[in-house]
Design a protein around this ligand. Structure first.
Ligand SMILES: Nc1ncnc2c1ncn2[C@@H]1O[C@H](COP(=O)(O)OP(=O)(O)OP(=O)(O)O)[C@@H](O)[C@H]1O
Ligand SMILES: [Zn+2]
Length: 482
């Protein structure tokens, strides 16, 4: 069985067959660094970190490269507003990016690339495109001739003729110097008081799309295995990357193209430029802030290609779900000594049914919702055993087998980047405390004795809704577990 993934380019799921057996060369589009990362970025990079971790777990030697766009009008605008430099703004938000992603347990890229460090490669690529007739200089800028590239539109499924008809001249956007409205800038002539670099076309700076093409080529060669990014980048950014790279090299830029669905706010993409965003820090550092792992778990509960909406309900339910999973992940810390569990390495038995089901789910285009469901089954059983131990003094499972299940849970959760650290070992439960539950059980018993069955049922239903199960035993005794 191999990993199967949805390729935007072919519009279907395909088995993953890397260029070189056992390795995966991956490039992911990074952030334009002029503000703090928001929940859309959290989703994007949690998704790609999970794909990367899973491929590693499946034995691939993954090489993962990601860029920072550190030259852009938006960065320059912010620098102007704050009376500082483009470099200072970029550095501040690059540092913030690393901090935020580390909190979400996102592994650092094997290599980070920066637009401003790739100027030579960018100029080389533009030169090649010009020599091959795909680029033309006009008014101090250099443009890409989209009509010359036969495959233009193959990724997004857009056709130039349709786009032109739909745009009815609007796309020209004042660019009277372009030969064709959809031609895009490879190089932008220098403007006064803006950073610029010398080039054969005059002083200027690179366009956005060319930086990724040049970075991939410089760091990874003509063709990579997987190119990733948010679905909003499919057109024009990735379409233009393909046009640039493939016209220059004559080879496919990437075998597979993967795109994550958007985090939306009231049906609209959360984005820095729209200003409708909540930053990762705002969410995590609020007074009743979300645990970073609850955020990661929440994101993993959605299929990566589907849109996600952050609502207050979604956040509350993420906290609850994380509590359940955390209880499972900390089971051995909390109860291992009482169960005389030997200190053994946390290992995985590949024959374990849970492992197999996890793998089947993840092999199918990284179906994390199904994979998370497997984690929950393990966690819920561990929690049930924990309650039995607390309330009855013993578990009703084979102790060695239970330890293996605990190890399985830890290992599989780690593949999704989800970990509970021992510093959150003091398990805190939402909802009623043990004493409160005991009190409610007494009230229920009294209600039953007084033949107020409606009240007795209500107490049970309320507890069930809070994840607490009551078990009536002979002799009027009621046991419970979370
Ligand atoms: N709302 C979102 N949901 C999911 N992914 C997103 C979202 N917004 C951005 N991304 C992804 O994050 C990566 C970095 O995006 P970028 O820096 O362009 O952010 P942005 O908020 O869209 O900024 P801008 O509004 O300036 O374009 C890209 O791969 C992009 O597709
Ligand atoms: Zn890119």
């Amino acid at each position: 069985m191999s990993v199967v993934l949805y390729n935007t380019l072919s519009r279907r799921k395909e088995p993953f067959q890397p260029l070189e057996a056992g390795t995966a060369k991956i490039y992911c589009c990074g952030v334009t660094v002029y503000d703090y990362c928001h929940l859309g970025h959290a989703r994007c990079y949690v998704v790609w970190d999970t794909v990367r971790r899973y491929l590693q777990w499946r034995g691939y030697d993954v090489h993962y490269v990601q860029n920072f766009t550190d030259i852009d009008d938006k960065i320059l605008n912010r620098a102007r507003k704050e009376g500082t430099t483009m470099e200072a703004i970029s550095q501040r938000f690059i540092d913030a990016y690393h901090e935020d992603m580390a909190r979400l347990n996102i592994q650092a890229a094997d290599e980070y690339t920066y637009a401003t460090h790739t100027i030579d490669g960018i100029k080389r690529l533009i030169g090649e495109l010009e020599n091959k007739g795909y680029a033309y200089a006009a008014g101090g800028d250099v443009y890409y001739k989209v009509r010359k590239f036969d495959g233009y539109g193959k990724l997004s499924g857009r056709k130039l003729e349709d786009m032109q008809a739909g745009a009815s001249g609007r796309v020209a956007g004042g660019d009277a110097i372009k030969e064709y409205p959809f031609d895009f800038a490879l190089w932008k002539g220098a403007k006064p008081e803006e950073p610029s670099w010398d080039s054969p076309w005059g002083a200027g700076r690179p366009g956005w799309h060319i930086e990724c093409s040049a970075m991939v080529r410089d760091r990874m060669g003509d063709t990579i295995d997987i190119h990733m990014g948010g679905g909003d980048l499919t057109f024009p950014h990735h379409e233009n990357e393909i046009a640039q790279s493939e016209a220059a090299t004559g080879h496919p830029l990437s075998q597979y193209w993967m795109h994550n669905g958007m985090v939306n706010v009231n049906g609209e993409k959360m984005s820095k430029s729209l200003g409708n965003f909540t930053t990762i820090r705002q969410l995590l550092d609020a007074e009743d802030g979300l645990d970073p792992m609850a955020l990661r778990l929440f994101l993993s509960q959605a299929q990566y290609r589907k849109p996600v909406d952050f609502t207050a309900d979604a956040i509350a339910s993420a906290t609850k779900s994380w509590q359940t999973l955390k209880d499972g992940l900390l089971f051995g810390h909390n109860y291992g000594p009482q169960l005389n569990w030997p200190d053994s390495d946390v290992t995985l038995n590949p024959e374990n049914d849970a492992v197999q089901r996890f793998q089947i789910a993840m092999d199918d285009d990284f179906n994390t919702p199904e994979a998370v469901a497997v984690l929950f089954e393990l966690a819920k059983e561990l929690r049930r055993q924990g309650n039995l131990l607390v309330h009855e003094g013993s578990i009703d499972a084979d102790s060695e087998g239970l330890q293996q299940q605990w190890h399985t849970l830890i290992c599989l959760a780690q593949v999704l980047g989800i970990e509970a650290t021992a510093d959150n070992i003091a398990v805190q439960h939402d909802g009623p405390s043990d004493d409160e539950i005991a009190g409610l059980i007494e009230q229920r018993l009294a209600a039953k004795k007084g033949k107020d069955f409606a009240l007795a049922d209500k107490i049970r239903d309320d507890l069930t809704a809070q994840g607490i199960t009551l078990i009536d035993k002979p002799g009027g005794v009621t046991e419970w577990h979370r």
